[in-house]
Design a protein around this ligand. Structure first.
Ligand SMILES: [Zn+2]
Length: 188
């Protein structure tokens, strides 16, 4: 059987071969969409309302550009606009925002508090993947991080040891040419 790779991921046993990277282009939430939706959410929290101009200002883009994206989001049923031109998230839109924010938070925590990347780098990388990770991956990562940062003595010991190695490990340098081989060598 061919090795599973980015090029040949299948959606499931009964489904046609689907190229995941192409699918993202067509029907998944783009990064721009993710930020338009979260901007509406944050404006509602901060101001109690969100208009096209507020979204544009929050995202530092032109009103025309925000308007175009928001129109498409209304057509997709993710955003609704009342007769006074006030925007809000539909139930589906809200669900997507909750999922994006949860993934952003858990990835940020993992990168910053477990892998010890600085706050800025953790925030930037969390922002980049927030809309791409599946809910399953976000959920499992949360379990993992939650356990690692708990009071469990095994977790505490593990992290202490890992962090001490993180400071001194100079055996290999990124980027590693063959990651699979690195693991194979070490498991011998
Ligand atoms: Zn982002």
């Amino acid at each position: 059987m061919a090795k599973l790779s980015c090029a040949n991921i299948r959606g499931g046993g009964h489904m046609m071969v689907s190229d995941v990277w192409k699918e993202y282009e067509s029907n998944e939430i783009s990064h721009s969409v993710a930020h338009h939706l979260t901007a509406i959410h944050e404006l509602m929290d901060d101001l109690g309302y969100a208009r096209v101009s507020d979204v544009a200002r929050a995202l530092e883009i032109t009103r025309g550009s925000a308007s175009l994206t928001l129109k498409a989001l209304k057509a997709r049923g993710l955003v609704v606009e009342d007769h006074n031109k006030f925007l809000k998230l539909s139930e589906d839109g809200r669900r997507i925002v909750d999922s994006i924010l949860a993934k952003r938070a858990v990835v940020r925590k993992f990168l910053n508090e477990v892998l010890k990347l600085d706050e800025h780098q953790a925030e930037v990388d969390a922002c980049k993947v927030e809309h791409l990770l599946s809910a399953q991956t976000g959920g499992q990562l949360l379990h993992f991080v939650h356990f690692l940062l708990s009071d469990d003595p095994t977790a505490r010991q593990f992290l202490a040891e890992f962090w001490s190695k993180l400071d001194q490990d100079e055996e290999w340098q990124w980027p590693v040419q063959d990651v699979d081989q690195l693991f194979n060598l070490e498991s011998r």
